[in-house]
Write a protein of this length. Structure first.
Length: 305
């Protein structure tokens, strides 16, 4: 750090100075003799400035990144050039103190991309990746499973399905998942397992996955979750979020908004009505009404099953 980086007017009697942040360039490496620790050789982003810094970061730094991002971080992922966010404190006794408060988001995005590529390659290798998109368009919507965020907020897809269920148009089985909480992967895995079991027993026409307004949805790129989606045998309709995930690509269809997903469901219902042959059904109802008016009619039983 050189003199031109020091706040103007700072001297021995100055008060502590702590700006919101300063960006530095940095080259990361692992120092010999310190397993899991890191050295960041920092430099000013402006090439005409001099005065490099060397920052030592303990091994639990990678653990903190894993906890914050929800992804495993291999040591090799940190090696290379990055941009650090640091704060400076000018103290009359301790002098200049530099504290690292952030690492550029690029490392996270690059790691996600690498992990996703490995998962996709594995699914392509065994022929699972395209299984969902090979499924036919559902011919009816009688029973659906809704996987939704456990955030207590209303969502367009859930609201529409509730209205249809109240009118007797279909049956909705709900699976609520706290996507941004610890244990979300296990919770989502159980939801897909129940969807498979239900389809095996009573036949499910569609699985609908919608998410809230949060951002920590890396669980939707988990290897096991994506594989379960691909092998489900039931069309999975997904509402995409702000950050892309593998399940968006692996699902039968994915949509940018809840309204777009709702329109896709309405189109399935339109197809069901077109294929239902309403004149024939009306003739059957008329004949049943005539029969019901006769003296031998058994009043018990349901017209529809």
């Amino acid at each position: 750090m050189t003199h031109h980086d020091v706040p103007t007017g700072a001297d021995a009697s100055a008060c502590a100075f702590e700006p919101t942040g300063l960006s530095l360039g940095a080259d990361a490496s692992q120092p010999p003799g310190h397993p899991g620790a890191w050295l960041f050789k920092a430099r000013a982003l402006d090439s005409y400035r001099s005065g490099p810094l060397t920052l030592f970061v303990p091994g639990h730094f990678t653990t903190l990144i894993e906890q914050a991002s929800g992804m495993l971080l291999h040591p090799d992922d940190l090696v290379g050039s990055h941009t650090l966010m640091v704060t400076l404190t000018m103290d009359p006794v301790l002098g200049l103190t530099v504290r690292v408060i952030g690492l550029d988001r690029g490392i996270t995005v690059r790691t996600w991309a690498k992990d996703d590529a490995a998962v996709r390659a594995s699914l392509e290798a065994d022929g699972s990746w395209d299984a969902q998109r090979a499924l036919p368009v559902p011919r009816q919507l009688r029973r659906v499973i809704l996987i939704e965020p456990d955030d207590g907020a209303p969502h367009p897809v859930g609201t529409q399905l509730d209205r249809w269920a109240e009118r007797g148009m279909l049956v909705v089985h709900r699976e609520r998942v706290a996507f941004e909480e610890p244990g979300a992967v296990d919770c989502l895995r159980q939801a897909f397992e129940r969807a498979k079991d239900m389809h095996d027993w009573v036949a499910v026409d569609a699985v609908i996955l919608t998410r809230g307004s949060g951002f920590a949805f890396r669980v939707l790129s988990d290897r096991d979750i994506v594989r379960m989606c691909c092998s489900l045998g039931v069309p999975v309709l997904v509402q995409r979020g702000r950050l892309p995930t593998l399940i968006d690509e692996a699902a039968w269809r994915s949509f940018d908004t809840g309204e777009g997903l709702n329109q896709a469901l309405l189109e399935i219902l339109r197809t069901e009505v077109r294929e239902a042959n309403l004149p024939r059904l009306e003739a059957i109802i008329d004949e049943l009404d005539r029969d019901q008016a006769g003296p031998a009619t058994d009043p018990q039983g349901s017209l529809y099953d």
